[in-house]
Design a binder for this molecule. Sequence first.
Ligand code: TYD
Length: 206
Amino acid sequence: MGLFVSFEGPDGSGKTTLTKYISEYFEAKDTPVLLTREPGGISIAEKIREIVLDPNHKEMDDRTEALLYAASRRQHIVEKIKPALEDGKLVLCDRFVDSSLAYQGYARGIGIEEVWNMNLFAIESFLPNVTIFIDIDPIVGLNRTSQRGAKDRLELAGELFHQKVYEGYKEVIGRFPDRIKVIDGNRTVEEIAKDAIEIIEGILND
Ligand code: TYD
């Protein structure tokens, strides 16, 4: 069995650059890696995410949003993550269930417990071996995403929403203190990656 690592953080926390860097590090060491992100290039999951993130879907209900993320996650697990783990790969996944707990559970106000219970149907208690939370000020992150141009429906939700997402993550970290490791994201990619790699290698060598 491989190792399943997820990465979490506010929008604009640099997860994409970081996970790419970490993936290249392990590939160079001949560790088989799958770098993926929800919806992971899975056709069904991609189509679901298009619906969720479409800025035209202003009428979308919060619970519909939560259900769609969970459905996309389910397909990603079955089609991509589990087969890679069975092949013995190190799976690096940009966002997983904790995003739903922070964004839909806490920030949208559905409740972390409600969203967790609903997600259990999708994940069947399948969780990452370790989750790395990139800790940055959510407003700094949001400003970074604004510089990228076109915004998706979640990025358009505003500062207050993203502040709440951050508070939500803190709640989620309190709930899973053993699984979720917090690292300071206000540093260079190299420095952040070094901490993350240390955590992953610590588990691989165990
Ligand atoms: P993503 O494509 O990962 O964007 P980013 O590169 O900014 O991390 O995610 C898109 C948005 O979807 C992002 O604002 C976070 C949000 N999201 C949720 O609200 N719930 C979820 O379960 C997931 C996976 C993402």
